[in-house]
Write a protein that binds this ligand. Structure first.
Ligand SMILES: Cc1ncc(COP(=O)(O)O)c(C=O)c1O
Length: 407
């Protein structure tokens, strides 16, 4: 059959109001340049460069050999949900029943399911920023309204109780909190969470979505704190989200999980049952081995990240026009580049925004970073230091020479 004209599809409003992932876009451009033969260093993607631990890979192979290749329960296999229950008990002092757990295709799908299951048009979600690029877009795709609250470097990029109080309205459904944070690396202490919990105590219609995906990647001795464990009142309206992607270098396996009140999890299961059904049965078997298995590889991971963090932050601070705080968690540096904005590149083009600067760095010296505006905090950019020491050294030299060429 031949068409004389190309029919054009009319896209849904909700798609038109959402933006594609900026991190994936920078990575796509970097990959395209690499295919064209440039030696590109991609520091735009948030994934550990370590291999998945051997015992986890072995567990997946064993699951294949046992022919665990059938559909599983929508919420995840009972074996995995039991392992998740043990993880929350062991690491966070939280007690859940198996039917309070949902396993999804990454923490991302669990967040997505929760928003789809709870937001009506006009419902508001408070998002302290800088925040992961996907939060506002997922809220929009669910018909809700992101309420962006900008947190400054002075507060360590953390939400202050007064800011939370001011952002809450009768339409507020959720507060999304991510600690350690992508992109700032900020980590909330128990006291800071308690102060936010006091505000939430006065607004019982607001629920809290705690994204703890970087829990294991922290560099100081402050114990990890999560909202549900801080305040028993808050626990009954908290969804705690975590997964194996970051701690176990398993981004591609697509396993994340959420734990919360049964009625919420049930609604999230309904959403998931009509979309992906569940994540791969083999990945779920691997995740059981990850959660129940030895964690002795983790200090080596974290030490390597810390060494890279220190090198990257010190290199960035050595570049005139950049200023970078030392992030206490996750694997990103988030330098302030406002001093460089308004300068001209060697071709005479003015770099007015952080996006212009990130594109210039990619074009000029082939290093992919992500502009801070993608994380709702313009005037910064994000560098993922989950890359090899050699790549990071090379990338920092290139960024320094690109910035030095601005006039
Ligand atoms: C803050 C945050 N939450 C969730 C995710 C998603 O993790 P997953 O790979 O488990 O979907 C990411 C991934 O980059 C992230 O940075």
């Amino acid at each position: 059959m031949t068409f004389t004209t190309t029919p054009s599809i009319v896209l849904a409003q909700r798609v038109q109001s959402a933006r594609p992932s900026a991190t994936k876009e920078m990575t796509r451009l970097a990959n395209q340049m690499a295919r064209e033969g440039r030696s590109v260093i991609t520091l735009s993607q948030g994934e550990p460069d370590f291999p998945t631990p051997l015992h986890v890979r072995d567990a997946a192979k064993a699951a294949i050999d046992r022919n665990e290749s059938r559909y599983t329960d929508v919420a995840g296999t009972v074996a995995l949900r039991e392992a998740v229950v043990r993880k929350f008990e062991r690491d966070n002092g939280l007690s859940f029943e198996v039917d309070q757990i949902q396993v999804g295709c990454g923490a991302k799908q669990v967040l997505y399911n929760a928003l789809q299951a709870t937001l009506d048009p006009g419902d508001e979600v408070v998002i302290p920023t800088p925040a992961w690029v996907s939060y506002p877009e997922m809220v929009r795709l669910a018909g809700g309204e992101p309420v962006i609250v900008r947190c400054s470097a002075q507060s360590g990029f953390k939400l202050l109780p007064a800011q939370l109080e001011a952002a809450i309205t009768p339409r507020t459904k959720w507060l999304m909190l991510n600690s350690p944070s992508n992109p700032s690396g900020a980590v909330y202490s128990a006291e800071e969470l308690r102060a936010l919990a006091e505000v939430l105590d006065r607004h019982p219609h607001v629920w809290i979505m705690a994204d703890d995906i970087y829990e294991m990647i922290r560099y100081d001795a402050t114990p990890f704190a999560t909202p549900a464990a801080i305040s028993p009142q808050l626990a009954s309206r908290t969804l705690t989200i975590n997964g194996v992607s970051k701690a176990f270098a398993m981004t591609g396996w697509r396993v994340g999980f959420g734990a919360g009140p049964t009625a919420l999890i049930k609604a999230m299961n309904l959403i998931q049952s009509q979309s992906t059904s569940h994540t791969s049965s083999i990945s779920q078997a691997a995740a059981v081995a990850a959660l129940d298995g030895p964690m002795d590889f983790l200090p080596t991971f974290v030490q390597a990240f810390q060494r890279r963090r220190d090198a990257v932050v010190s290199a960035l601070n050595g570049v005139a026009g950049l200023r970078c705080d030392v992030p206490p968690g996750a694997f990103y540096a988030f330098p302030d580049c406002r001093e460089l904005l308004g300068r001209r590149d060697p071709q005479g083009k003015v770099l007015a925004t952080d996006a212009d600067l990130a594109q210039f760095i990619l074009r000029e010296v082939a290093v992919a970073v992500v502009p801070g505006s993608a994380f709702e905090l313009p005037g910064h950019f994000r560098v993922s230091y989950a890359a090899s020491d050699d790549q990071l050294n090379d990338a920092m030299t290139r960024i320094a020479s690109a910035c030095a060429s601005l006039r």
